[in-house]
Write a protein that binds this ligand. Structure first.
Ligand code: SUD
Ligand code: ADP
Length: 284
């Protein structure tokens, strides 16, 4: 039995995002393309023989019980009736409210890890259904392959994409997803399109105009990126990104960039799943 291991909890990008309607419950129907990055947080998990769930350190501004890691662990413990517990150490590098899915990724990594640590036998579909209760973005991180997504982001069709190098700018502002989705000026009537990998190159993000109007720092970052190519917003922001010819090209741009950011490579298989495959290989 594996009793301690570490897993990556990667960022995602929305390579395009269309909002095609609003449901009765207030959630929006989307069409988006998700790709993972080889950049993100790391979580260390250690098995406990009591039922306690410990997480450290706490995140500034996020009460312990609201942390999606704690919520995910408690949810799985309750659903499975498992009597074990866990110590979790979080190494956070992803900015919060950046549209790169850090909280959802942390929740998904926790569900995937505890399924192994507690020797449970949930399928990915079952874990994704549990994860959806925590956030619309959790299922993509559970499924772990780049995808075309519809519904609220949980109806996933795997998609092979070029594993492009990206420059990601992280403007110094935290954006609430709820704030953007409740804005009266948000475009929410885009015509649905058919699954098209070509959208990954040219697709737009329907949140862009509202986000730029509310957050000038995002507008500034996009203007800067667009000197060099087709800069885009991910999710509801605040991060913006540019597909580059190579990692070196992305690093050269980061070097002259007046804003904070990072360089990463797109991944069609989530780094969490890549690491889990190694853990199960080494333990068998
Ligand atoms: C917009 C996207 C695109 O990937 O990413 P982010 O910018 O948050 O990373 C996601 O759909 C976000 O997913 P997630 O961050 O898990 O959202 P949730 O916690 O479920 O929802 C936060 C709030 O956003 C609104 N919301 C979210 C998703 C959706 N399809 N329609 C919505 O209207 C709802 O008002 C909800 O109360
Ligand atoms: N483990 C966590 N990591 C990040 N954010 C979390 C976490 N748990 C709860 N949150 C809350 O979720 C919000 C959204 O976080 P995040 O997923 O990083 O951004 P986004 O939805 O913009 O991609 C944060 O602002 C924070 O209040």
């Amino acid at each position: 039995m594996v009793t301690r291991f570490s897993l990556p909890s990667p960022a995602k990008l929305n390579l395009m995002l269309r909002i095609t309607g609003r449901r009765q419950d207030g959630y929006h129907n989307l069409q988006t393309i998700f790709q993972f990055l080889d950049y993100g947080d790391t979580l260390d998990f250690s098995w406990r023989d009591d039922s306690q769930i410990h997480l450290s350190p706490d995140l500034t501004d996020v009460p312990h019980e609201d942390n999606l890691i704690v919520k995910a662990a408690r949810m799985l413990q309750q659903d499975s009736g498992c009597r074990f517990g866990v110590d979790i150490q979080l190494h956070k590098i992803l900015p919060m409210g950046g549209g790169i899915g850090g909280g959802s990724s942390n929740a998904a990594t926790t569900l995937l890890a505890l399924n192994v640590l507690w020797d449970l036998t949930y399928s990915l579909t079952e874990l994704a259904a549990l994860g959806l209760r925590l956030g619309a973005d959790v299922p993509i991180f559970i499924q772990g392959v780049s995808a075309w997504a519809e519904g609220v982001g949980e109806v996933l069709s795997p998609l092979q994409l070029p594993e492009t190098a990206y420059l990601v700018i992280t403007p110094d502002c935290k954006i609430s997803t709820r704030e953007i989705f409740s804005h009266p000026a948000l475009t929410r009537d885009s015509v649905p399109i058919k699954l098209a990998a070509s959208e990954a190159q040219g697709g737009r993000n329907d949140c862009e105009s509202v986000v730029k109007a509310l957050y000038p720092a995002v507008d500034d970052a996009l203007c800067w990126l667009r000197q060099y190519g087709d800069g885009k917003l991910t999710g509801t922001g605040s991060c913006v990104f540019l597909a580059c010819d190579s990692i070196q090209h992305a690093q050269t741009l980061l070097h002259v960039c007046p804003f904070a950011g990072f360089v990463a490579t797109g991944q069609n298989i989530s780094p969490t799943h890549q690491a889990l495959a190694l853990i199960s290989k080494n333990s068998s």
